[in-house]
Design a protein around this ligand. Sequence first.
Ligand code: SF4
Length: 370
Amino acid sequence: MNYLIKEAFQILQRPKTFAKLPNIFLVVFSYFICKLTKKNFVLGFPFMLMLEPTNICNLRCPLCITGSDQMTRPDGVMELTNFRKLMDEVGDYLIHLTLWSQGEPFVNRNFTEMIRIAKAKGIKTMTSTNGHFLIENAEKIVNSGLDVLIVAMDGASQQTYEKYRINGNFEKVKNGMKSISEAKKRLNSKTPEIELQFIVMKHNEHETDAIRSLAYECGAQVISIKTAQVYTEKQAAEFLPTHEKYRRYELDANGKIKTKLKEINFCRWVLLCPVINWDGTVSPCCFDKNAEYGLGNVFSNGGLKKIWKSEPYANFRQQIFTNRKDIPICSNCSEGLEVEVFEKENVGPDLNHPHPQEQNKYKSFKSAHV
Ligand code: SF4
């Protein structure tokens, strides 16, 4: 709760936020009406957006559809002119822009310019990267105004790291984070906040303490320990850790994996945060990795505002409120799980024994997020 209050306070301090408040009120109001009635009722336009700068990636991670060649959409990067068009249409409503979905965002050469455009609209920006393009872009990233930089680092040594991050270079990622920290100091900037993200898997679960030390060494402010998403029993056997706390799946009576789902016929994301893929296609959330749900294209079907209130979107929401388990992506996602998908901690010099005066500073907080 402290985290949410802090976040709300920061949002109010940002330029242009007050003009966005009436729309936020409408969206939050209709959200609670939907939750109560389980009927599609949408007022206002999204104040949060997830956008995919590209679906191309330099690594070959086996549980990622890009890395494992399961991507059926064409490869590409979002054009800067299209990004501008989208910001002109909905930028004045947005308070939060998540800049990733599939693919490595920094493969798009216009990526830092996109962040700069969003920041000029008073939008909080956040991205997630495999960390291989940070060294050469460090000053550009800091100067873009990016607020949060999540760096995927699933191992405390090259040997563990490359078991999942195939083609990845551990030292390069480590030095990339250090470059950002140094650039922040040089440019006297508090942002971006660096968050080291560690997906717990069978081969790295013994390294959760080592990764905390590494995060501190690289200048990260936050570490997030995340559970893995798998699709098959074979992947579950190969990748899921033994520690129950870090598994979002259990086995049913037939030995099949199923998510530890708590709430079934609801979803926040279809009411709050659409996903725009690099070519403008709209997905209901980042679990629709191949854009299979036909919600439209913001660059060729009249823009996001029209699509947000369209019949296909309304029908999709209604199906979730009525019978979510019949939608294949919705039965293997993190929304409504009994377990936390993320466990986050602020990074301190000694996480197990912080100085008494610093205990509050390093107190952990948890956040359920896609
Ligand atoms: S996959 Fe999950 S997050 Fe996406 S629409 Fe379905 S319930 Fe919501």
